[in-house]
Design a protein around this ligand. Structure first.
Ligand code: ATP
Length: 360
């Protein structure tokens, strides 16, 4: 811990990243006035816009500032038209996960009371599970080293290591244990493709090994194709889902779709010493500047940040602030009248922000 007040790096990024970050900053200000849970905010820039200005998407001074901080709040980064000379997109948020060793990508999939879901079954109202996406290896581990040979074939590598997998599974089991104490099922589902790939069989074996240390937690294993089906058919049966990076990337968007859209889903990328909090969505250039971006996922990422700070040993006040903010978001949606544009309604960025602020 750096000071008496947690120092948080603010990185709005590109596209709608800035719009949803503005909402987060209003929320942080309001929370402080109500609870005195104070954050020392340091505003910095990274992303596609920064690359255009400086030639570097993630400048060294930003990385250094992050390493000395107590956490990062990030909007979204990357723009389809801004690319490196080799044609790949600028996605420093993914590099940041590697640099900071943020192996546990936590993606809560919880349907807020009153919020839109495309699922018609009444059990959807109980939807509340968490995807833990490994975030430093898998198919992303060598993402800058993929090769195209003579325009005839292409190759990327998938890496699974014992060290990261053990930490990942332990994190998922601890999370399930914590959730069990809050009334959830206490189950971890490992999602892989162990029937086809050696790397995935290795991943599953380590899952089974680590499970032995958590006899109080139920386990399940599903192939990723079956898991995709079950996400739609009976998602209420999941509690904690743990999976490889690319599978987690895809399943998180499917999960977000179940709870009303990309703008509803928060995330936290957690390492042993530092964590980055950001909504699950990207920069959404299609809606940028139109007042239609949904800031709910960003606001719920602030909830995750405040809870994480409390768990890191900062005062209980951050935990109280997290609960207050979470309740405000739930109350904002509770009467079913707040329907964001992405869910077919007409609630824009400011409507959603103001509704939440009203309940703080
Ligand atoms: P990335 O690969 O960077 O995660 P993506 O290609 O998955 O990004 P997003 O930017 O997340 O794409 O956008 C996917 C769709 O979801 C788009 O139609 C976008 O408008 C919509 N969307 C994303 N975020 C929001 C939001 N906060 N509010 C409303 N709609 C959103």
């Amino acid at each position: 811990m750096s000071t008496k007040i947690p120092r948080i790096i603010i990185l709005p990024g590109d596209g709608i990243g800035g719009e949803v970050m503005e909402c987060a900053l209003s929320i942080i200000d309001s929370i402080y006035r109500t609870t005195r849970a104070e954050l020392d905010l340091v505003h910095l820039q990274a992303g596609a816009g920064t690359y255009l200005e400086t030639g570097d998407a993630l400048p060294d001074n930003v990385i250094e500032a992050i390493k000395l901080s107590d956490g990062v709040l990030l909007g979204a980064m990357g723009l389809p038209d801004v690319r490196y000379p080799d044609g790949t997109e600028i996605i420093p948020q993914i590099d940041l996960r590697m640099i900071l060793d943020l192996y546990a990508g936590v993606r809560p999939i919880r349907l807020l009371p009153g919020a839109f879901t495309p699922l018609k079954d009444d059990r959807a109202r109980e939807l509340d599970f968490v995807i833990v996406r490994e975030s430093t290896e898998g198919l992303f581990a060598r993402m800058h080293e993929g090769k195209i040979e003579d325009d005839k074939s292409a190759e990327d590598r998938l890496i699974i290591t014992r060290k990261t997998s053990e930490r990942l599974f332990d994190y998922a089991f601890e999370l399930a244990r914590h959730r069990k104490s809050m009334g959830h099922l206490g189950k971890v589902t490992c999602v892989d493709k162990a029937n086809v790939f050696k790397s995935m069989a290795f991943f599953r074996n380590i899952f089974e090994e680590r499970a032995k240390a958590f006899p109080d937690i139920l386990t399940d294993k599903q192939y990723v194709d079956a898991a995709a089906l079950n996400f739609v058919r009976n998602p209420w049966d999941f509690d904690v889902v743990v999976t490889e990076n690319m599978f987690g990337d895809i399943l998180s968007d499917l999960g977000a779709g179940l709870i009303g859209g990309m703008g509803m889903a928060p995330s936290a990328d957690i390492g042993d010493n530092i964590a980055v909090f950001q909504p699950s969505h990207g920069t959404a250039p299609d809606i940028m500047g139109k007042g239609k971006s949904n800031p709910t996922g960003m606001i719920l990422s602030v909830v995750l940040l405040l809870k994480w700070l409390a768990a890191q040993g900062w005062s209980d006040n951050y935990f109280k602030a997290a609960n207050l903010l979470d309740q405000a978001v739930c109350r904002a949606y509770a009467d079913g009248k707040l329907v964001p544009y992405e869910a077919g309604g007409n609630a824009g960025t400011k409507d959603i922000l103001n509704r939440v602020l009203n309940y703080l």
